[in-house]
Write a protein that binds this ligand. Structure first.
Ligand SMILES: Nc1nc2c(c(=O)[nH]1)N[C@H]1C(S)=C(S)[C@@H](COP(=O)(O)OP(=O)(O)OC[C@H]3O[C@@H](n4cnc5c(=O)[nH]c(N)nc54)[C@H](O)[C@@H]3O)O[C@H]1N2
Ligand SMILES: Nc1nc2c(c(=O)[nH]1)N[C@H]1C(S)=C(S)[C@@H](COP(=O)(O)OP(=O)(O)OC[C@H]3O[C@@H](n4cnc5c(=O)[nH]c(N)nc54)[C@H](O)[C@@H]3O)O[C@H]1N2
Ligand code: SF4
Ligand SMILES: [Mo]
Length: 879
């Protein structure tokens, strides 16, 4: 049976056509009818069926890590929340939510805390993600409105990608941009990013600016537009206010392109080309993401961009607009329900008595919160300070993803009550939970999500919940009932919650608020089940939704005019020092999702990058005596990080390092980058400065390194300085290294791995090899090698598959020969499992284009995420 649903990873929100098989498993492909992806899926979306199943799931509620009944768990949560509130007031409790919850889950949690408990201490991981973009839109438009549609990316004649690595992080949109560029060669693409990323493959111009100089770069553009007669005076006069102030501020900052170029440390000609393109092109979309948001000046960065669009009137028509792209599948839905601590509900906030009164009457909630609550970083500080005494974390892993994770874990350790709702059994945050609640995950959940273009789609339930997992909205409603709010939380089906959310959006709205989906205020279950993707607002006047906002030049400010914001120069707080001389940039890789709780279950998703790493410029590598592939340590007084060096010729600026945000103590000894970042936030939005840390860098110099392959059910406690785990189905592979000698490898094996069946030691060459058996099958293999040598492992996996290992095969394991499984190299095309070695061979044999490689090896012909890398390999071969 086929059901249409939505991918739970990124904010592109691709439609998925799920085939529910009789075996209880599912097959996935892109939903051809979904207007966001038209049948395409990227590698993460195509691997969705590989992350299902009961393995690793949280299966029952736990109190103090021991299984209890649901009744018991719900009673515990509600009674302890009630007690805390009665002793210390409503602001002594908090919820910390996630852009990965469904709108219905989010709505219910927000309603309980803000409406009934009477505190606005509800914040979300979107604080770390979108809050600067929200604040920027609100300052400019009076509302948190994303004006554009994906279609605009295709209709544009100039696409400016700022702080976005869309090739890896919004792959299906990147493919749409790529296709648009092929169709319209006049389309210019500019990428503004300190790193040369895979996205630059599409770029006609890459501006590798000094980190955190974006607002200055766009202020420089505003001044240039004014000086080159490229302003849209009519638009400015009719539809905006505050232009003179913004221009004056820009003029105070810079007097020439040269001065901007010097400030941003970029080539003047490139900057000038960009400025000229921008001023000469009407259809411009500026597409911006975390390089803009995760900054001390994230809100100003947004407004500096929006200022340029308003000054040229490039908003509200096809192919134009300032387009902040959301990251999580339902970041936008969270904004709709008011999931941030400075929002109330349905795009209403705490700024007027009237809006508080409106929501209070709608919810019939006399005890409604009256003022803003604590934002994520402040919230965990308040927990540590003891003012917040009970926290419920749902669908996020703050022990990894917040800055200064030591502070976060210290706070959780101290907090009298930590409740965590998660689908998975093992995350860093769950370790600190007093109560763990098993939530249903993708394929089980049922509700709606809103993607980056305001398009609401259904996530449909395909399979029965695993174990005793329950829907998040159900869990929250049950707690609410037990807290004495039964009347307001009687929901039996997500459709009822959606209908209420829709009704609130239209309640006394009369066109005063952008978010209005009141057409659905009476939606029934059947219509909800047949729901087709649609872009809000959806009202009686716009029953098929709204692709583009602000076409009429009217905004949601008191004067209906859009506001220019004067931008002043600002510097990041985490400046490098003599002791911490390297700037730390953090971000994403192609095949992993955040803290790997879910994507870390699919071995295929480790084939592209399988260890924490540090990317650095070759000049810095030479200076620090670091070679490519060696282990390096990053240090900060708050904590350390160990990863493998990836020495870059020119992709990385000098003095700057890039590390992935994904690894954590579930997957590596010291791979958690949040440990290195300080709790610095944008003063307006409260979003952390996650792209601008400071660290020292040194080579690790281990005395030995080894690798371990074992069956995943073996319990391990590895007392080594560096380990990193690569899941391989029912096997786990570990990289190991230590700066402390391993005097007796055999004894080490016996202590940490169990009985040794065969072993071999060559002290002279520092080689040690051993294996353990379970019956006639391999249980583990452990190899110690001189530092620097990392042989391929694929042949070993074949040995583990043998049910009856012959004596000869045991010998092969020790000699590491005799196996004919070929090493594929780094997995470039995850869809068709094409490794770098096959691609290099094909290039050597005469393939000169991505198309030729695709014809011969199929690589790049499914999701296309690897095309930038294929191009890079082709151009390296030419060199
Ligand atoms: N594969 C994958 N895809 C994802 C996710 C994932 O975990 N994995 N997560 C999703 C989520 S929640 C989000 S929010 C999005 C994020 O999507 P992106 O914003 O594209 O992701 P990042 O890699 O965090 O950062 C983007 C770029 O910002 C650049 N940057 C750093 N500092 C600056 C600066 O000062 N100025 C400029 N202009 N650029 C800078 C970085 O070098 C980086 O290349 O991705 C979504 N998609
Ligand atoms: N240094 C640095 N830090 C960053 C970033 C960065 O670029 N650099 N990016 C930031 C950004 S943009 C983001 S969005 C955050 C992401 O950071 P997190 O939100 O902490 O990351 P996830 O790993 O996605 O955590 C989601 C958790 O929710 C669980 N889960 C999934 N679905 C459900 C569900 O339906 N219900 C429940 N109850 N649980 C569920 C998963 O198992 C997982 O444990 O990280 C932020 N932190
Ligand atoms: S681009 Fe990939 S991860 Fe994002 S929604 Fe589409 S399939 Fe999912
Ligand atoms: Mo995000």
């Amino acid at each position: 049976m086929h059901k249409m649903t939505t991918c739970p990873y990124c904010g592109v929100g691709c439609g998925v056509d799920a085939d529910i098989l009789d075996s209880g498993s599912i097959g996935v492909k892109g939903d051809k009818s979904h207007p966001s992806n038209f049948g395409r899926l990227c590698v993460k979306g195509s691997a969705l069926h590989e992350v299902l199943g009961a393995d690793g799931r949280l299966l029952t509620p736990l109190i103090n890590h021991r299984p209890v009944s649901w009744d018991h768990a719900l009673e515990e949560v509600s009674s302890r929340f009630l007690r805390t509130i009665s002793e210390h007031g409503p602001d002594s409790v908090a919820f910390y939510l996630s852009g990965q919850l469904l709108t219905e889950d989010y709505y219910v949690a927000n309603k309980l805390m803000k409406g009934f408990i009477g505190s606005a201490n509800v914040d979300t991981n979107s604080r770390l993600c979108m809050s600067s973009a929200v604040a920027g839109y609100k300052r400019a438009f009076g509302s948190d409105t994303v004006p554009c549609s994906y279609e605009d990316l295709e209709k544009a004649e100039l696409l400016v990608l700022v702080g976005s690595n869309a090739a890896w992080n919004h792959p299906v949109l990147y493919q749409r941009m790529n296709a648009a560029k092929k169709k319209n060669p006049a389309l210019n693409v500019v990428v503004i990013d300190p790193r040369r990323t895979a996205t630059c493959d599409l770029a006609d111009l890459h501006i590798a600016l000094k980190p955190s100089t974006d607002s200055e770069l766009f202020s420089g553009l505003l001044r240039f537009l004014a000086d080159s007669d490229a302003l849209n005076e009519t638009y400015i006069d009719q539809y905006t206010e505050g232009f003179e102030g913004a221009l004056e501020a820009a003029r105070q900052q810079f007097d020439s392109i040269a001065s901007v170029a010097e400030y941003c440390d970029v080539d003047e000609d490139s900057l000038s080309t960009f400025y000229h393109w921008f001023s000469a092109t009407d259809k411009v979309v500026t597409f911006y993401s975390q390089g803009v948001n995760q900054s001390f000046s994230g809100t100003d960065n947004s407004n500096a961009i929006i200022n340029c669009h308003l000054a040229t009137g490039r908003i509200g028509f096809e192919g134009a607009g300032p387009f902040s792209i959301t990251g999580q599948p339902n970041a936008m839905g969270g904004r709709e329900v008011g999931g941030l601590a400075n929002q109330l509900a349905a795009h209403l906030d705490f700024s007027t008595e009237a809006s508080i009164d409106l929501v209070s009457r709608f919810w019939k909630a006399p005890n409604i919160a009256k003022t803003e609550g604590l934002k994520a970083v402040e919230l965990f500080q308040a927990i540590e300070a003891g003012t917040v005494k009970a926290v419920w974390i749902m669908g996020t892993n703050p022990a990894v993803s917040l800055p200064n994770t030591h502070q976060v874990t210290a706070a959780l350790e101290k907090c009298p009550l930590v409740v965590v709702s998660d689908c998975m059994a093992s995350t860093e945050t769950l370790k600190y939970a007093d109560v763990c609640l098993p939530a249903t995950g993708w394929s089980e959940k049922d509700g709606t999500v809103t993607n980056a273009e305001r398009r609401i789609s259904r996530q449909r339930s395909l399979l029965a919940p695993t174990g005793e997992a329950r829907h998040d909205w159900w869990i929250v409603s049950e707690v609410a009932k037990r807290m004495g709010f039964a009347e307001a939380f009687t929901y039996q089906h997500p459709a009822e919650i959606f209908a209420e959310h829709a009704a609130l959006s239209g309640f006394e709205n009369e066109g005063t608020r952008d978010f209005d989906i009141s057409l659905y205020k009476d939606i029934d279950i059947q219509t909800y089940d047949n729901f087709k993707p649609v872009q809000w607002p959806v009202t009686a006047a716009a029953p098929y939704g709204t692709a583009r906002m602000f076409s009429d030049g009217r905004f949601f400010t008191p004067t209906t005019r859009a506001r220019f914001v004067p931008i002043h120069t600002s510097s990041p707080v985490q400046q490098v020092t003599e002791a911490l001389p390297y700037l730390l940039n953090t971000g994403r890789i192609r095949d992993q999702w955040h803290t790997m709780a879910v994507s870390g279950r699919a071995p295929r998703l480790f084939q592209h990058r399988d260890e924490p790493f540090v990317e650095l410029h070759q000049a810095d590598a030479i200076k620090e005596h670091i070679s490519d592939g060696e282990l390096v340590k990053l240090s900060h007084p708050q904590g350390d990080y160990i990863g493998r060096a990836r020495v870059m010729a020119s992709e990385q600026r000098r003095g700057e390092l890039f590390v992935p945000m994904h690894w954590n103590s579930e997957f590596s000894a010291l791979g958690k980058m949040g440990a290195l970042l300080e709790s610095v936030t944008d003063p307006i939005s409260g979003q952390p400065e996650s792209k601008h840390g400071r660290v020292s860098l040194a080579k690790l110099n281990p005395c030995w390194q080894g690798w371990l392959m074992c069956r995943s059910d073996i319990e391990l406690n590895l007392p080594v300085e560096y380990w990193s785990k690569v899941p391989k189905g029912d096997l786990s592979f570990y990289y190991l290294a230590d700066t402390v000698e391993l005097p007796d490898a055999l004894a080490w094996c016996k202590t940490h791995l169990g009985e040794v069946a065969v072993w071999l030691e060559d002290k002279h060459n520092q080689n040690f090899r051993a294996a353990g058996l379970k019956g006639h099958r391999l249980a583990w293999t452990f190899f110690v090698m001189p530092y620097g040598e990392i042989p391929s492992t694929s042949w070993l996996e074949a040995m583990f598959a043998e049910a009856n290992l012959s004596i000869e095969q045991r010998r092969f394991i020790l000699s590491m020969t005799g196996c004919d499984v070929e090493d594929p190299g780094a997995m470039i095309c995850s869809c068709y499992q094409v490794g770098s070695h096959a691609i290099e061979t094909a290039i050597g044999q005469g393939c000169t284009s991505v198309d030729m490689l695709g014809q011969q090896l199929k690589c790049g012909t499914n999701c296309g995420s690897c095309i930038p890398e294929l191009n890079e390999m082709l151009s390296n071969a030419v060199k």
